[in-house]
Design a protein around this ligand. Structure first.
Ligand SMILES: [Fe+2]
Ligand SMILES: [Fe+2]
Length: 297
């Protein structure tokens, strides 16, 4: 079969999976409200509270050591006051997506567990990297990390046999994930992710993170957040929270994401990579904590 047909086929298959057709209602609504200059704190908190189990999870995260508030946060309103409207909105989107896709059936799949460990770690490391560079994305980098490989997620979840073939190619021939994916699916996870982002009408910056994190093309609008997520992604890949991208060696300073970010944010040069890498273990623990907070009833 011609490669173009194969890739069209795969995207068409994705479009026909009912479960993938729409974002969780709350996430969709929140993304809409964030774009609306007239939206108020009450609009956001009401939108979140329509989903009680989501509300519980948001409060769990807000009260966790991930944010370190001393007084207890007991309502969405209070969480918004403490963390700010934008940060809470992004946390809600992240939690809603995580909960929708890391559902009971997904938890049976070994690759899926590894996948979410990688994704959550990437989100947490991106958060920490942004903080060190004194860049504020209002937790958008956390959501970005959480969903950067969403294209891979659908491959693992809905096409497990083909995904096993991808892994065999990566391991046997020592090629990168994107190369093996193109061979098996006709598209790589960046392209598959872009199709999902389009279906879900995700905002441009998140779409860029999903569609361009492996390559960072010149045209990307959200270059700084995409580069931050990619650097976090690479660190996780190499030091203990891998998604089997097939990278054998990494020299961070030679990576495109690093150079892109160093151009826009010169403070990157001051980052002590060795110390940062050394502290990754702590970041991975925070990622485990996030997963446990989400999975507990
Ligand atoms: Fe990726
Ligand atoms: Fe990744």
């Amino acid at each position: 079969m011609h490669v173009d047909n194969l890739s069209m086929d795969f995207i068409r298959k994705l479009e026909n999976i009912q479960e993938l057709a729409t974002l969780p209602t709350v996430a969709f609504r929140i993304l809409e409200l964030v774009e609306d200059p007239k939206a108020t704190m009450d609009d956001i908190s009401q939108a979140v509270e329509t989903d009680p189990s989501l509300t519980v999870k948001i409060l769990r995260v807000a009260n966790s050591p991930l944010y370190g508030f001393r007084t207890e946060i007991s309502s969405v309103r209070q969480a918004i006051i403490s963390l700010g409207l934008n940060r809470i909105s992004n946390i809600v989107v992240g939690v809603a997506l995580f909960t929708k896709f890391f559902n009971t059936s997904a938890r049976q799949n070994v690759h899926m567990r590894e996948f979410w460990r990688h994704s959550t770690s990437t989100g947490i490391v991106a958060k920490s990297l942004a903080r060190r560079l004194k860049i504020s994305f209002n937790e958008r980098e956390f959501v970005g990390g959480l969903i950067h490989d969403i294209g891979k997620m659908v491959m693992i979840q809905y096409f497990p046999e083909q995904y096993d073939a991808v892994l065999s190619i990566i391991r046997e021939r020592q090629v990168r994930d994107v190369v093996a994916e193109r061979e098996v699916f006709g598209v790589d996870h960046n392209v598959a992710g872009r199709a999902l982002a389009k279906m879900w009408q995700l905002p441009a910056d998140l779409t860029d993170v999903i569609a361009s994190h492996s390559t960072l093309p010149e045209l990307s609008n959200a270059r700084d957040i995409t580069a931050v997520v990619r650097i976090a992604d690479l660190l996780c890949e190499m030091w203990g929270a891998s998604s089997e991208e097939g990278i054998l060696e990494l020299e961070l300073e030679r990576e495109r994401a690093w150079n892109v970010l160093a151009n826009i944010r010169p403070e990157l040069q001051d980052l002590d990579v060795e110390v940062f890498t050394f502290e990754l273990e702590q970041e991975f623990k925070k990622a485990e904590l996030f997963i446990n907070l989400m999975l507990g009833d």
